[in-house]
Design a protein around this ligand. Structure first.
Ligand code: G6P
Length: 369
């Protein structure tokens, strides 16, 4: 097992550090940046079906559901198709309205999650076209779906999902870009520019990983907190949910993710000097609004950990700590903002002596209801 961990203390840390390669493995062979081409067999063979979809319904569980939420923002922005994101366990039991021209995208790392599988079968019975995004090649879900695209993240052993999440977002971005280009909902020059930016992401993930030691110090400062709040807006609202989930899963500290503006409708009541609040405040994406959310937290003495764009000065002045990530286009920021949140929960869990790779009560793949 030590050999399999490749010199890292835990599979989770190894998998966090594998992300630059995992992301490039996901798009390698599928994009030709100079020519402006995205080739994905599962998409190309079913292009008419996907282009004519009136609605996309994403079904998934856990971290994959969070990737689905990011995809909702990306698809609606780039492709202008309405998207609904459903927990598979809810979808399958509530007699959902499904039309023949709906496209269902099922997202699952393992390809074995029982609720997701049942939801796929239901959608198929009702006539929807079901597209799978799985990591495990040949898994049950990859066989049950009409078509699909693999994430090519390589095996993920740590129960807390890391590289599966970022590679799911990568695949979903490729699909959205391909459809947007075909539908003409983005310009040709934007399409080229977005592809170039995608190709720069692995290097930028490497830069984000450079904050590891700094994040370790922050982890040490807050490891005994009883609650954490994670806030983000737009594309980074799902990242806030995912950051909170990571912390809960492996450190057993209670954490909540919230859309930053929704804070005033509840969580703000919890904020005092004991409460660390992780705020994703990148330059793109409602930056000014997030800054005013940070001021609200500060005036209630909450401890602020800001995830900011390199060179940010405004948040640095307000926050107790900042973690910098490189700049990129807005819809790709989740691929970078997620990295420090993964490292923060990892270090807190290690410092608290928890079983990082196999947290209590959780399973890597949930094959029963
Ligand atoms: C379990 C795992 C999570 C995962 C979820 C969905 O709860 O512990 O990490 O996100 O199942 O799994 P899937 O394989 O369908 O993505």
């Amino acid at each position: 097992e030590q050999i399999e961990k490749g010199g890292y203390d835990h599979f989770m840390l190894k998998e966090i550090y594998e992300q630059p390669n995992a992301i490039s493995d996901t798009y390698r062979g599928r994009i030709r940046v100079a020519e402006g081409i995205i080739k994905m067999a599962g998409i190309d063979d079913n292009l008419a079906k996907l282009l004519n979809a009136k609605r996309i319904i994403v079904i998934a569980c856990g971290t994959s559901w969070h990737a689905g939420l990011v995809a909702e923002y990306i698809f609606e922005e780039l492709v202008r198709i309405p998207v609904e994101v459903e927990y598979a366990s809810e979808f399958r039991y509530r007699n959902p309205v499904i039309h023949q021209d709906d496209v269902v995208i099922a997202i699952s790392q393992s390809g074995e999650t029982a609720d997701t599988m049942a939801a796929i079968k239901l959608a198929k019975e009702r006539g929807a076209f079901v597209f799978g995004v799985c990591n495990v090649v040949g898994s049950s879900i990859s066989r049950e779906t009409h078509a699909g695209a693999y994430t090519h993240a390589g095996p993920e052993i740590g129960v807390a999902s890391t590289k599966a999440f970022t590679t799911q977002i990568t695949v979903l971005s490729l699909i959205a870009l391909k459809l947007a280009e075909r539908k003409g909902t983005i310009s040709n020059s934007d399409f080229h520019y977005y592809l170039q930016e995608l190709e720069r992401i692995p290097e930028k993930v490497k830069d984000a990983l450079e904050s590891n030691d700094h994040i370790k110090l922050i982890a040490d400062t807050y490891k005994n907190a009883r609650n954490f709040l994670y806030l983000g807006r737009g594309y980074n609202f799902p990242v806030a949910l995912e950051g909170a989930l990571k912390l809960k899963e492996i450190s057993y500290i209670h954490a909540e993710g919230y859309p930053a503006a929704e804070m005033k409708h509840g969580p703000i009541a919890l904020i005092d000097e004991q409460m660390p609040v992780v705020v994703i405040a990148t330059k793109k994406g409602h930056y000014e609004k997030v800054v005013s959310n940070i001021q609200e937290i500060k005036s209630r003495k909450g401890k602020i950990i800001g995830i900011v764009t390199e060179g940010d000065e405004t948040v640095k002045r307000l926050a107790d700590h900042v973690i910098e990530i490189p700049e990129t286009i807005e819809f790709l920021t989740p691929l970078l903002t997620t990295i420090p949140l993964q490292l923060l929960s990892y270090h807190i869990a290690v410092m608290l002596g928890k079983n990082v790779d196999q947290p209590r009560n959780l399973a890597k793949s949930v094959t029963v209801e």
